[in-house]
Design a protein around this ligand. Sequence first.
Ligand SMILES: *[C@@H]1O[C@H](CO)[C@@H](O)[C@H](O)[C@H]1NC(C)=O
Ligand SMILES: *[C@@H]1O[C@H](CO)[C@@H](O)[C@H](O)[C@H]1NC(C)=O
Length: 381
Amino acid sequence: MITWLRQRSILPICESVLAPANDQSSMNPLFRTKPLPPIFTDIRILALFGSVAATILVLSTFVLFRRVSQQSGLPHGPQVHVSGESVDTATRKLAVPEDDRAVEKLTVNDIKIVEPGEASMSVRPDPVRIKQPCEALLVLDVEATCVQGSDFHWPNEIIEWPVCLMRWKDKDADGIANRLEVAAEFRTFVKPTWRPTLTQFCTNLTGITQKQVDHAPTFPEVIDQFTKFLSDNGLIHPETGQRLIRFFWCTDGPFDIRDFVIKQCFISKIHLPPWIRGDVMDVRKVVSRIAYHEGRKGSGKKAFAFQKRLSLNLTSQLRFLNLSPFIGRQHSGIDDTRNIARIVSELARRGVRLEPNTYIQADRRWQWMGKPGEILEEYLS
Ligand SMILES: *[C@@H]1O[C@H](CO)[C@@H](O)[C@H](O)[C@H]1NC(C)=O
Ligand SMILES: *[C@@H]1O[C@H](CO)[C@@H](O)[C@H](O)[C@H]1NC(C)=O
């Protein structure tokens, strides 16, 4: 600072201003107290410090006020928009798979603030027709091998690959629609290769038997069959594999593609198929945000704490949307997938703009990953 002032020739000016006073003090013994450093005595320097301090004070008061008003749910201009918005930097940060806990924490930063007047999420059960950016959606809920007590760091192998292909039934020339229905299904069991024997725990959880996986194709074979399913349904080009229409994937939570598919591709020594690259719509995140928004309207202050940990499972999502209870067997891949499809269809009917909200990191690695396909067992706890 001093050097800067000297360079700007401010300091030499104040030194020269002070010079007579110093001379005086040398003449008069009464004035021979230690003189103040020149920097504190010049009015211009004081003004400079003063205005910097005032600016800092004003800024921090503004930030503090914003926080307090957000926490207490006070209106402060823009509305909160809760639909599954496209991935922004805040969401991307949240979706980077460092946090493997089953409960995803949502923060205020995840909620896009839109100016009043912009269309906000309709959470009422009335049908709403809006412009929808995608042509088709692929709902997926894989089942994978698991051992009791293992966490998300285990090398799970996919044992069921169930997909519902959803299409708009009423999309007009302007892209406006609200009827999204299952147009086709693809479902197969998958034979695990690293640990071909299922645990009793896994069979109990998923309902999948040893016999079903023993007779199933391996994951690379399933990928080939599924690629054909996509081209048969006009989603990708049969030769080039290029996307022919705009579609994306929907899952309940980020785990299916972010964890299970990425791990399985490593174990099977294959690349992530191009048709699954890109971001995903986490349906749980969309419904949980709507539920938060509703709760916030109702309960004021309490909603802030409530929101932080809100993550609704399928049963609760169905109940929240006033749909009939879960149909089928929980943790059966195809049944989970069909129920997620019911939820997505309801979101579409209510006019929620459906689009990706979760970032998938294709090159994600776990400690147990050695060379492609190699599982370093010493890293498994
Ligand atoms: C699996 O289910 C059976 C029958 O319900 C039960 O007896 C057994 O303890 C369960 N095993 C595990 C590992 O969960
Ligand atoms: C879903 O969440 C609700 C509420 O937290 C809980 O009571 C219920 O047991 C959960 N259902 C399943 C199948 O995990």
